[in-house]
Design a protein around this ligand. Sequence first.
Ligand SMILES: *Cc1c(COP(=O)(O)O)cnc(C)c1O
Length: 501
Amino acid sequence: MEPSRNTPSPPLIFEQGAPGRRAYAQAPAATAQWDDLPLHLRRAEPPCLPEVSELQVVRHYTRLSQRNFSIDTQFYPLGSCTMKYNPRACNTLAMLPGFLNRHPLAPAAGGQGFLACLHELQEILQAVTGMQAVSLTPMAGAQGELAGMAMIRAYHRARGDHARTEVLVPDAAHGTNPATAVMCGYTVREIPTDRSGDVDLAALKAALGPQTAAIMLTNPSTLGVFERRITEIAGLVHEAGGLLYYDGANLNAILGQVRPGDMGFDVVHMNLHKTFATPHGGGGPGSGAVGVGERLQPFLPIPYVLREGETYRWAERADCPETIGRLSAFMGNAGVLLRAYVYARLLGAEGMARVGAYATLSANYLLARLTALGYEPAYPGRRASHEFTLSLKELTTRTGITALDVAKRLLDHDFHAPTVYFPQLVPECLLIEPTETESKQDLDRFVAAMASIRDEAVQAPERLREAPHHLPVRRLDEVRAAREPDLRWQRPHATPTDNLA
Ligand SMILES: *Cc1c(COP(=O)(O)O)cnc(C)c1O
């Protein structure tokens, strides 16, 4: 039976309630002196806010939340995103009042416990990646990339090596990689992938030269396979005078198994919000901590935590005159860092190795089961890492059913869709990442849904093409939603002053 979420749309919060109705639970304990505000900064009219009761607010937002997919409610195999369960304990401990109430400008002397946690997190991440030093300040994966490439640029400049203008990026890379290289002023040269899913070594050799600043790689790649010749690649790039950037947004597969430092990488960014226990999606707070080897250590972004005997303090420019500088006010997203710290301490080295082992086991189990159903791996014969790619090209040719149709139909089966059409070089691509936190029962339910969809593709393709059938909305015009979002509510017969914008 297919569950139905196809309930009618609730009215907007502005369309509920009545004049004078109030809710108190969320009222802030305001201590500000309104009289202190200069007159010209005060509004003339009260803001046009919804006037609803507490129960109306609770019902409204609870209902809205139930119309979404989430980790707390559904299997969410969104490749390259590591949508795993984040233990509640990590959140609870990161929210202890001592952490929560600490002012970011509090002197280091009054926050030794907080600094000690961050220092230990730096050390843990060094150990996990095999790097020499870590800075926790970048606030997203993309910002970690920017920090990493800025360090590479600073390194070449410090050596007076101004001829290195090019960054090599494999065609399977995440879109942020070429974007980052361009933002740092580099020209991007794309390196093709060979038929088995590895970097095309002949093309790489041909591309390397005195103009090569760096190569940006993900290993395992976004194709879900482990680059087997990584040490050879590292040797070639270093020999040519370039550096190696490791996109470690998804560390799930390699935790406790292999380390970027040992593979020959000079710099790595980690998405703590993907691998280390912060719920994400929707652009919430993140962390793109960066780790560096010896060559790049002088350029690390500030501030990071230094330990001197039993005391901790922030490293400032005077400690590292060659730093690329600051990327954020303060030290990054403290709450995300504390969750990562608690998560790492809960797991320990042994637990982390188990994360790597189970994430890989889940992916390989799903890959084997789906292959047995007739789905075709994009790289047959390759083992999955934490994720794997299927190509639905054959199904599309035979039945007209596309990766998008399958993804939309999975929603009817109460599963979040996998990543689709990425990496772009795989035609009709599904990128599936089950993660280590799913039970075998849930993986099996997913396999059953994929089996039923495959049957439907032959027997009732129309049903698939029109999916989803059981959600509050059907197929949306995604381009229009992005280009012309209609997010503004206006009171009917609005006068200019109570316009909410
Ligand atoms: C998610 C991801 C990024 C970008 O991280 P953000 O935190 O979204 O900026 C970069 N590379 C890969 C491989 C990713 O999966």
